[in-house]
Design a protein around this ligand. Sequence first.
Ligand SMILES: C[S@@+](CC[C@H](N)C(=O)[O-])C[C@H]1O[C@@H](n2cnc3c(N)ncnc32)[C@H](O)[C@@H]1O
Length: 267
Amino acid sequence: MISLLKRLVRAGFSSVGLDVHRIGRPHVTEPAQPQALVPDIPRAILRPKATYAPWLADAAFNGIYEVIRPHTVVDLYRCYELWTLASRLAHLPGDVIEIGVWRGGTGALIAHKVRTVAPDRVVYLCDTFTGVVGAGHRDTQYKGGEFANTSVEIVDELIARLGLNNTRILAGIFPHETGAQVTANRLALVHIDVDTHDSAKWCFEWTWPRMVPGGATVFDDYGIQGCDGVTRMVNAICEPDAAVIYNLNGHAIVLKSPVSPSNIISR
Ligand SMILES: C[S@@+](CC[C@H](N)C(=O)[O-])C[C@H]1O[C@@H](n2cnc3c(N)ncnc32)[C@H](O)[C@@H]1O
């Protein structure tokens, strides 16, 4: 009887073009479209069950987010995560680097929070300002040169509008052309949003040895279709002091273990 009722309700909604799903259905793993699949990266439509949305009650975040939104391609969930991770600077020594700034949205968001919790720290904002680099055979969509529609002036204007004085813009390929300009020898937060395998690898290899215990590297585009090179790069991380967390939102967070690698017992 109940199942007949359900079918009738479904049919009723379906006749007006609507689909009915029970919210909170466990283990939903509908396969993504076959053409989206690459052999080493299985895909499904993800529908996490959590409904907690703390950004709705965070007035400070919402105020800044409205300003930076036209300057970013990063969605609300990932922006909020960067905002909360930046607050860890209150308890950690070290500076911040973002590689992959484009028009400055996420960089300005991070810098704004850092200025509140640790005003003495520097937020380095690194971009070629001529587009994506490092595309190769591990990347399925990127060819190089994407996101060239920006400039140092666009980012400068956003930074000035937010009244930030804790940023340094470094123009050029990181780390080859700009790494030497980073005077910080300790990093607490690194945001790598560079879209290709090799570029993500260069950035991680340069920044990880400078990361303080407890610090975090955030990889944007992890798991995002079309950014398979980044997913592959993160999946190959095998540093013993790196805890890699897949956050299901297009971010991988890599936490630096406070335990020295030399203290880890090998089995
Ligand atoms: C997706 S955009 C960044 C988006 C930005 N975080 C936002 O808030 O929308 C990727 C950027 O990475 C930059 N990029 C890629 N590899 C780089 C590298 N090795 N050094 C500097 N910039 C790089 C590109 O120039 C491009 O502007």
